[in-house]
Design a binder for this molecule. Structure first.
Ligand code: BES
Ligand code: MN
Ligand code: ZN
Length: 486
């Protein structure tokens, strides 16, 4: 989607749109629009749209209204995104190739205008790479938006938001791609291409290097796969030299069959998006790098494919993690924590981060708990947790905090090793988080986000279609803006 700012509306565009607030149509609208909107019970509620046809200089023009709700609403910026997103959803395959969007209405400031455009841009993402037989009417047509009457500074605000949108799109692409296209090596390759020339530094560890470092937990997961494993670190030092970086850590299981503890067949295809945490981390890094965030941040992802074969690890095997702690692998399908624990150890030794946030599609139990509305958060630090909760509210990438405690921790003690990789039947998301906590040094603020219910959607949401949502990028980008003013 090409978004341009202009002083005047190009004469040849047939689709005009404006944003309106609740119960407040602007003066001077053609009666076909104002009376039509009234008749259609258009009230300007967030995300509502109306279309009227008017004669303009002798030509028929489609005139669209998009509702942004109450001016004083708490979630005003999300409502503005909804207005933009509703226009994208309505006109993406409408046959129209261009839209004039008049942002001089609704009393918007620069940041609010950018919110409308962000919603529009995010909602227009599609992944049609493998559809060779789309019917004409199913094809995306809307390719450009000309913004007129934008408030002062809207172009700069948009340049910033556009960088975030690029990050979200990158995450969505990685998540949507199947596991024969995105596997550890190709994931790294796509990142190398995306970050080329940006000033970010990429560090890649291969199997031999990980072996050398003693990452027995991560490597154990990849044993049954023909695909070699990788760790990828993306370093962006845009902040004060010497400031300890914030570390983002992502689970990148590019496909999760369950291994020898094989998952049942129905729904297994979903496990192509078991790298959604890693996808969110690299998408965030791309957003930060593109908008040249004034912050030191390192994004590190553990990339492994979990397959069953003659070399695969068995239930009951004991592996030694890089930290030296031993783990009895009672279920090879609880693999995400095995990947993350070695990445967490490496990140702390290598980068001495000021704080760590990890993201992972870690447990099915998280979906049972929170459905698709909130990611689950576990944290050893209240300030960090509160900052993340606030970022979630601001961006719509919502979180809900869940408990950690010694009583849960002891549920993963093993009779033969330091710990086992599963707990008893209940509190599965919490015991998974307790497992990770055993690999975080005392005094390092850390939050674990279990986003199993958030990376993929079965129905469209406020700024995404069904499919890959890009969850986490907006959240972490906002967290960097607010927590370290980056
Ligand atoms: N990747 C899955 C969790 C998952 C399930 C994410 C469904 C998204 C949708 C994870 O590796 C897993 O298999 N977890 C097990 C843990 C269990 C064996 C303790 C689970 O949730 O069943
Ligand atoms: Mn699994
Ligand atoms: Zn998994």
């Amino acid at each position: 989607m090409q978004i341009e700012f202009s002083d005047t509306a190009p004469g040849d565009i047939r689709l005009h749109a404006i944003v309106t607030n609740r119960d407040c149509l602007p003066e001077g609208l053609d009666a076909a629009v104002s009376d039509g909107a009234d008749a259609a019970r258009y009230s300007g509620r967030a995300g509502q749209t109306f279309e009227g046809f008017v004669k303009h200089h002798g030509k028929l023009v489609r005139y669209a209204l998009a509702g942004a709700g109450e001016t004083e609403a708490k979630g005003r910026s999300i409502n503005l995104e909804k207005a933009g997103a509703a226009l994208a959803a309505k006109y993406l395959t409408s046959g129209e190739e261009a839209m004039v969007l008049d942002l001089g209405q609704a009393g918007l400031n620069a940041a609010q205008a950018a919110s409308v455009l962000l919603g529009l841009r995010l909602r227009s993402w599609r992944h049609d790479a493998y559809r060779t037989k789309l019917k004409e009417e199913q094809k995306k047509t809307l390719a450009s938006v000309t913004v007129i009457n934008a408030p002062n500074g809207a172009d700069a605000a948009w340049a910033d938001a556009d960088a975030v949108a690029q990050g979200v799109d990158f995450t969505r692409e990685l998540v949507a791609e199947p596991a024969n296209k995105v596997f550890p090596v190709s994931f790294v390759h796509r990142c190398e291409q995306a970050f080329a020339g940006t000033g970010a530094e990429l560090v890649v560890l291969d199997d031999d290097q990980m072996e050398e470092l003693g990452m027995g937990a991560l490597l154990g997961v990849g044993l049954g796969s023909e695909q070699p494993s990788r760790i990828l670190a993306i370093k962006w030092m845009g902040g004060n030299p010497g400031d300890a970086p914030t570390a983002f850590v992502g689970k990148g299981v590019t496909f999760d069959t369950g291994g020898i503890s094989l998952k049942p067949g129905p729904g297994m295809g979903d496990m192509k998006w078991d790298m959604g945490g890693a996808g969110a981390v690299v998408g965030t890094m791309l957003a930060l790098v593109k908008r040249k965030a004034k912050a030191n941040v390192v994004g590190v992802v553990g990339l492994v494919e979990n397959m069953p074969d003659g070399k695969a690890q068995r239930p009951g095997d004991i592996v030694t993690s890089m930290s030296g702690q031993t783990i009895e692998v009672l279920n090879t399908d609880a693999e995400g924590r095995l990947v993350l624990c070695d990445v967490l150890t490496w990140v702390q030794r290598e980068f001495k981060p000021a704080r760590i946030v990890d993201l992972a599609t870690l447990t099915g139990a998280m979906i049972i708990t929170l459905g698709n509305e909130h990611g689950g958060m576990f944290a050893n630090d209240d300030d960090l947790a509160d900052e993340l909760l606030a970022s979630g509210k601001r961006t719509g990438d919502k979180l809900w905090r869940l408990p950690l405690s010694p009583a849960y921790d002891k549920l993963i003690n093993s009779p033969i090793a330091d710990m086992q990789n599963i707990g008893p039947k209940f509190a599965g998301s919490i015991t998974a988080a307790q497992f990770l906590k055993r690999f975080v040094d005392d005094g390092t603020p850390w939050a674990h986000l279990d986003i199993a219910g958030m990376v993929w959607a079965d129905k469209p949401g406020h700024s995404w279609d069904k499919g890959a949502t890009g969850y986490g990028v907006r959240l972490l980008d906002d967290f960097i803006r607010t927590s370290v003013q980056g």
